[in-house]
Design a protein around this ligand. Structure first.
Ligand code: FNR
Length: 398
């Protein structure tokens, strides 16, 4: 009897701690440039600085995390040949490029990520400011903790994209796309690889539930009779369950027509899907496996990029992400067919450790590493990198 009471009390306490954590989630408010030795090392610093469930949600991958690991290790199988007689001065290296008519100071952009209030009190507003400072573009997730308006106001005049998780409710899709257009988004990133959440064991172990609401869903709930969950207190599977599942090319046409904006289809790993998306009107293709968070048996993105680039055949630009942690990775992705390269988790780590300045520090660190690779690999511009041939072990065994 006594042990039963103790057990019940323990469960009640555990539950109340869980509720208290959800109610009182305290994110970092750090602000300032951060010293970075390499992006991988940031993970341990953030782990020490963040609530366990939130860190697990951000860091984690699906199932055995094979894809999470291979996304990064697959870069090691590609070599950049040193080239030293090109007459390049370090000060002449030029990272400037363009994507969908947007001028960028670097070929590195930020991948859309949900719930950035977990990493920092200012959430997506700080990330948007950090990316503007870096001369690059910010992308707001449908499941962000800030609204489209808040993000647009955070950095007036700077470009941003809106990432769409289509809802099963077309009224929401219409509402959110009209908001994106109204507040000046430069394009819609339409994510198609998350029709169901990947099986992420950290979230299962931690019984992770979002402690903060998703601002766009909350705003829509206020003006509609939609009874969907709006983030706070929900697990990721419950949120994904509300999202559209059966995607067809007609959905791409719908988003294009409804928004009147360029549509970037994100979550492509096969040449067939790339071709289908372009034929349906995609203005850009985003090669991604969601950073190893979805299909654990998927190939590393760098391994599938050349075949996709071949099929795309420059009909539309290509964005690349998943596993990018080094300037050499950016170089290799550009040399394999990408036009711009996106980074996910390390941006949230920078946000956690230094707010907007921390986000800028991450991009500047990657720029620094990229420039060293350009100098030693004989490429002065982004176009030069794209024209560079990479090598594999097979190249040397003929
Ligand atoms: C994501 N990603 C993602 N993608 C998307 O289209 N909409 C989203 O809301 C999210 N949310 C999200 C949250 C978190 C915490 C992570 C880590 C990732 C996927 C993201 O855009 C990108 O594809 C990967 O993060 C790229 O892999 P790396 O750079 O994190 O290895």
């Amino acid at each position: 009897m006594k042990s039963k009471i103790l057990k019940t009390t323990a469960i009640a306490m555990a539950l109340s701690v869980g509720v208290a954590q959800a109610a009182e989630y305290k994110a970092s408010n750090a602000e300032g440039p951060i010293k970075i030795v390499n992006l991988k090392a940031m993970e341990a610093q953030v782990q020490a600085n963040m609530e366990k469930g939130a860190f697990g949600y951000i860091r984690g991958g699906a199932e055995d995390e094979n894809n999470l690991r291979s996304n990064t290790t697959a870069f090691d199988k590609k070599y950049i040949m040193p080239r030293s007689l090109q007459g390049i001065e370090f000060s002449d290296l030029d990272l400037k490029t363009e994507f969908l008519g947007i001028k960028l100071d670097t070929p590195i952009i930020q991948a859309p990520m949900a719930a950035q209030g977990l990493a920092h009190q200012q959430g997506e507003v700080a990330t948007a400011r950090g990316m503007a400072k870096a001369g690059s573009v910010f992308s707001l997730s449908t499941y962000g903790n800030k609204t489209i308006k808040e993000v647009a106001d955070a950095q007036p005049g700077y470009p941003f994209f809106f990432q769409l998780y289509m809802s099963k409710n077309d009224a929401f899709n219409e509402y959110i796309l009209s908001q994106a257009k109204q507040y000046g988004a430069k394009g819609i990133i339409m994510t198609i690889d998350s029709s169901v959440g990947g099986y992420r064991e950290d979230d299962v172990k931690n019984n992770f539930q979002f402690p903060l609401g998703f601002a766009n869903l909350e705003a829509f709930a206020k003006i509609s009779d939609d009874k969907s969950k709006t983030g706070k207190g929900a697990g990721i599977s419950e949120i994904y369950a509300q999202a559209k599942q059966a995607f067809t090319p007609a959905d791409i046409q719908y988003v294009k027509k409804m928004s009147g904006l360029p549509v970037i289809v994100k979550g492509i790993e096969s040449p067939e899907d790339a071709d289908t998306a372009i034929k349906a009107g995609a203005d850009a293709i985003w090669v991604s496996n969601h950073g190893g968070r979805q299909l654990d048996s998927a190939p590393a993105t760098i391994d599938v990029l050349p075949a996709i680039a071949k099929v795309v055949n420059k009909r539309v630009p290509i964005v690349f992400d998943s596993g990018v942690r080094r300037g050499s990775h950016v170089f290799k992705a550009l040399a394999s067919g990408a036009d711009v390269v996106a980074v996910g988790r390390p941006i949230l780590y920078g946000l956690n450790l230094g707010g907007a300045e921390g986000v800028n520090s991450v991009i500047q660190h990657l720029n620094k590493e990229l420039k060293i690779n350009m100098m030693l690999g004989g490429a002065k511009t982004v176009k030069d990198i794209q024209a560079t041939q990479l090598y594999t072990d097979a190249s040397f065994n003929q």
